[in-house]
Design a protein around this ligand. Structure first.
Ligand SMILES: CC(=O)N[C@H]1[C@H]([C@H](O)[C@H](O)CO)O[C@](O)(C(=O)O)C[C@@H]1O
Length: 263
């Protein structure tokens, strides 16, 4: 059940339409050529994995071996195997991560210390990357912490952006979890159900559940990123299977991720 669902939103104007200088991707479909017709270059879609050296929690997490492969290697393989990217990049401030990225066939953007702080956001690092790479029209920010990503997921997302006209697409997972309001420490407060009626608790099969970002990827066109958004414009989500939605955050996630990638 590899379901893909999309939610459309408002369209953002002013796409840039800048010329692209990249190599054509292996799997891209060319625009229709023919006598008297000029063949337009497809927009340049770049995969970008952000992997700074000073990751919190697990030291040098991005190149720690997961089932025998450095963590960034799993998503780099998926990105390269998908064949939909004109370029595949790792943005890093660390020599060892740079070496591993190159061994896996990625290009490396040496990011500045300005966007490599604990307080730096993904958007900061993506904006910096784009400022050095005028040729890139669309960024697919793939997070190394979700190593179960499949090339087919990336192919479907590339199609949504290139052929269905979405400005941004991000990955989600469906969960059936009942949520309750938090009671602050020291505050006498009664909790409230946030997404259920306790008098009529739905069974899983009678409830569609809710969509959560699973942190696997965020694709966005340059004009959106220029405006400070990774999600916006004509926007859609891409639903991933629960078993592929691993998000390594803390140490205890590591063995779970290891089992999942080997399945
Ligand atoms: C694109 C983006 O914002 N990525 C951010 C992710 C996602 O918010 C999370 O993976 C969603 O599940 O969270 C972090 O890893 C985190 O909080 O440590 C920071 C990172 O910059």
């Amino acid at each position: 059940m590899d379901s893909v669902e999309k939610g459309a939103a408002t369209t953002v104007s002013n796409p840039r339409g800048r010329p692209s200088r990249g190599r054509p991707p292996k799997l891209q479909r060319n625009s229709r050529g023919g006598p008297g017709r000029s063949v337009e270059k497809p927009p340049h879609l770049a995969a970008l994995i952000l992997a700074r050296g000073g990751s919190k929690g697990i030291p040098l997490k991005n190149i720690k071996h997961l089932a025998g492969v450095p963590l960034i290697g799993w998503v780099l393989r998926a990105a390269l195997d998908s064949g939909v990217f004109q370029s595949v990049w790792v943005s890093t401030d660390h020599d060892e991560i740079e070496n591993v990225a190159k061994q896996f066939g990625a290009q490396v953007h040496r990011r500045s210390s300005e966007v490599s702080k604990d307080s730096s956001t993904s958007l900061d690092a993506i904006v910096e990357f784009l400022s050095y790479h005028n040729e890139v029209d669309i960024v697919g920010n793939i997070q190394a912490t979700s190593p179960c990503l499949h090339p087919t997921d990336l192919q479907k997302v590339a199609e949504m952006i290139r052929e269905e006209g979405y400005d941004s697409v991000f990955s989600v997972v469906r969960r059936h979890q009942f949520r309750w309001s938090e009671i602050q420490k020291g505050v006498r407060e009664v909790t409230e159900p946030l997404n259920l009626n306790p008098a009529k608790r739905p069974r899983r099969q009678d409830w569609d559940g809710e969509l959560y970002e699973n942190g696997s990827f965020y694709f966005a066109k340059r004009h959106l990123i220029d405006m400070g958004y990774l999600q916006g414009g004509k926007m859609a989500y891409y639903e991933m299977r629960a078993e592929h939605s691993v998000d390594i955050d803390v140490d205890i996630d590591w063995p779970i991720a290891e089992q999942r990638v080997l399945r």
